[in-house]
Design a protein around this ligand. Structure first.
Ligand code: ADP
Length: 314
């Protein structure tokens, strides 16, 4: 079983010819749908065919009711911290080149408290993987990771979005850390004396990337997602089994992307699901599945709704 602790947002998306500038009024094509990193990742895990729980905070409004109905439709076991604030929202403008600007109204998500999380031990008990992100209050994410670890659950942290604070304690509580290139560069800058330009990560030598990953997370596995280039993996060397290698790349599938929003979320949910389901398999196989799953998600428009139904092998 996978348990995700994180955010739910109602996404409001406008596709426009260009992004609006200050004082400018534009018209664009509008659609709305469910999102939020936590929810997207939970849906991905569930649609990868693995029993999934989702802990989040919702308001008493249409957005909250939508979250409950959607979770039920995907068979996700929901635990809700009921908030007096409105359910989270995101206002997203996307231009013709696919670039976006996003404003998030955390709303209820900001109320997910460490004390509430600490009362959810039952929901975490027996889970193989706990997966969280930085779109929720950090003390509640930390509490979830500590509870999970104490119960022998593997902790996965997707340190997104890139501009969020990430406490050193959170890094220390992660068994697996899954930044994209921007997030990896930001974490290195904040937590180490090393620097890397996010644009150069995919072309950096593997041994050098491995060294940077070991500096950032000496005790855990780091998986850097590289968009169309797939992912780079760095393991702690003394934990490897005989035939495993400490670092390697896993290529992405060739796809025809129409919307890469949520590709990182698809990857994280699928990786957690594959890991939970396939104990005993090589980690690289889990990453291969996550690449395939995330690649497929880019061929659909939307965030949570774009998650493919593709079960990880049992
Ligand atoms: P984010 O969405 O957080 O920016 P990435 O761009 O690194 O994350 O994408 C996450 C994963 O999605 C990649 O590791 C890969 O598996 C898949 N992916 C993203 N873009 C593509 C693409 N153009 N072709 C194939 N796979 C892709």
């Amino acid at each position: 079983r996978v348990v995700v602790v994180g955010s739910f947002n109602v996404d409001h998306v406008w596709n426009c010819a260009s992004l609006p500038r200050r004082g400018e009024t534009l018209s664009g094509h509008y659609h709305t749908g469910p999102g939020g990193k936590g929810f997207n990742q939970a849906v991905a895990s569930a649609r990868a065919g693995v029993e999934t729980g989702f802990l989040c905070a919702l308001g008493d409004d249409d957005g909250g009711r939508q979250a409950r109905a959607l979770a039920e439709a995907d068979g996700i076991a929901l635990r809700v911290h009921e908030s007096l604030h409105p359910t989270g929202t995101a206002g997203i403008y996307v231009d013709e080149a696919g670039h976006n600007t996003i404003v998030i109204g955390a709303g209820a998500n900001g109320d997910l408290s460490a004390s509430w999380v600490s009362r959810q031990a039952q929901a975490l008990a027996g889970a193989r993987v706990l997966l969280s992100q930085l779109e929720s209050p950090l003390d509640s994410v930390l509490e979830a990771m500590r509870l999970a670890r104490a119960g022998g659950t593997t902790t996965m942290l997707n340190p997104a979005p890139a501009n969020a604070q990430c406490l050193r304690e959170l890094l220390a509580a992660a068994d697996v850390l899954t930044p994209n290139e921007t997030e990896f560069a930001a974490l290195l800058e904040r937590h180490t004396s090393h620097r890397i330009d996010s644009e150069t990560i995919a072309s950096t030598a593997d041994a050098q990337l491995h060294k940077l990953c070991r500096t950032l997370l000496p005790r855990g596995t780091v998986v850097i997602t590289l968009g169309a280039a797939g992912a780079f993996v760095s393991h702690r060397e003394d934990l490897l089994r005989g035939d495993d290698t400490p670092f390697y790349r896993v290529a992405a599938d060739k796809v025809q992307p129409v919307d890469t929003t949520g590709a990182g979320d698809a990857f994280n949910g699928a990786l957690a699901a594959a890991y939970a389901q396939g104990q005993g398999r090589a980690f690289a196989e889990h990453v291969r599945f996550a690449n395939r799953y995330a690649g497929l998600s880019t061929e659909q428009v939307g965030a949570a709704q774009a998650m493919p139904r593709l079960a990880v092998a049992g």
